[in-house]
Design a protein around this ligand. Sequence first.
Ligand code: PLP
Length: 359
Amino acid sequence: MNKRVYNFSSGPAILPESVLEKAKNEMLNYQNSGMSVMEMSHRSKVYEEIIYGTEKLLRELMNIPSNYKVLFLQGGASTQFAAIPLNIGNKSGIADIIGTGMWTNKAESEARKYCKVNVVASSKDKMFSYIPEVKKEDFSPDADYVHICWNNTIYGTKYTSVPDVGNVPLVVDMSSCILSEKVDVSKFGIIFAGAQKNIGPAGLTVVIVREDLIGIHRESTPTMLTYEIHAKNDSLYNTPPTYSIYICKLVLEWLKELGGVEKIQEINERKANAFYDFLDSSKLFNSTVNPKDRSIMNIPFVTGNEEIDKKFIAAATDAGFVNLKGHRSVGGMRASIYNAMPEQGVLELIEFMKKFENK
Ligand SMILES: *Cc1c(COP(=O)(O)O)cnc(C)c1O
């Protein structure tokens, strides 16, 4: 390939081309500092402007209330599966979780090392193709927290409303959907996300945590996993992932310029609706997900015939639509259409699928 492709990777994933251009132009000499952002001290004035500017933009775009801290951490979303019980699973030691696929499974097994975990509901019975219904009475009233995954990257499901968990802090994994649609941050105790799906390169994890959940960690919590340490030090306790934060800032600037979360939600819904409309009308390709729980970020689909799936993936790759192979646990195909995927990319893929089907 000697040109850029339409990259439907589930993560690390597509970034806006203008962001990459800007990073390229600033690569050798960032704003007359005479050096690359990669080469700067994280304690320099010029870098402070980057990290504080990133936080300011994120607060503005997500409308984050002032009683929440924003932390820029390392270790991926997966490290949070341990950090969460260590930081907030210390009162009753009970954690409730809704099982919606591999990412909540991983969160569950990590939490079991520190807490008593109840799986309140699960969609395992139907290959995680839906979001289970829950009632407030289903949850343990004395749980330290409830854990959910808003958008299930692998299975292509997503929540459309916030479950009522009463006064228990709700912890949400938004790794593959952060900034894709409007979210009322005040409904959650903790929102966390690995950056590499929707907000930047790998290496950065964003944690948005309500202040009353900071400082209640168990004593044995490793320093680097302690929210209080990072909150007190404005995410500069040690060296943060400096370059990833810088790219995140460029992505947030791009999003703001485009019209913010409300605007991107509108575009995302249009992209996803076009895709699902095609799948629902196709005789060859089928959606695997319960219609009311369909993700607007990750769209798995199948033909029902592994040979045809393979042929389709090969033909699509040749035509410049890459990384459409489904997750190894589901098979078939998956199109990840994150914020940075242009609407044109989705429409062209649909056209390509129509032609393939006719042949
Ligand atoms: C990708 C992903 C993860 C894992 O993220 P890492 O940064 O690789 O640890 C966790 N949860 C969800 C929903 C994801 O999509």
